[in-house]
Write a protein of this length. Structure first.
Length: 162
């Protein structure tokens, strides 16, 4: 059966194979979980709800248009797209220490709680979405206006040349 839809959730839930069309051409053809894990274009990434950033890579960093730098484990150089899965964004009440290279302070802009997950929209030097459990929302008191620190390991940022 072939289903044509603009509803991402429907496509990812119903399809055993999903084809993403962009500008009249196929940009991704694969299993829904593969597209969600490693989207091949900014458009596909936005469809599946991951954090997407455009920038310039050099020496293990991606510099965004606002000057903010994301530390990565990539050797890429030049114009790139950096993709961060919302599950890779950790929320902390105090500035975390340890190995994550990307640590910044943010403010909760919004919250969408579903049965098994919550998507937290964050505002800061870069807008981000974090995915946590509903129990984490309760335990940390996550609500709009609250300040949190986030941490993203450099190895969790997927960098691709444009």
């Amino acid at each position: 059966m072939v289903v044509v839809t603009h509803d991402t959730a429907e496509a990812l839930a119903l399809g055993s194979r999903t084809v993403v069309l962009e500008a009249g051409g196929i940009v991704h053809d694969g299993r829904p979980d593969e597209i969600a894990r490693r989207p091949r274009s900014s458009y596909a990434a936005a469809l599946v709800g991951v954090n997407v950033f455009q920038g310039t890579a050099r020496n293990g960093t991606v510099t965004l248009s606002n000057g903010f730098e994301l530390y990565t484990a990539s050797a890429a150089t030049g114009p790139v797209t950096a993709i961060v899965n919302p599950r890779a964004v950790g929320l902390f009440e105090e500035r975390p220490t340890g190995t994550p290279r990307n640590v910044l302070e943010t403010v909760v802009e919004g919250l969408d709680v579903e049965e098994r997950r919550a998507r937290v929209r964050l505002r800061g030097p870069v807008p981000l979405i974090a995915e946590v459990t509903p129990s984490a929302v309760d335990d940390l008191g996550i609500s709009p206006g609250r300040r949190f620190w986030i941490a993203i390991k450099a190895t969790e940022i997927d960098v691709r040349g444009r």
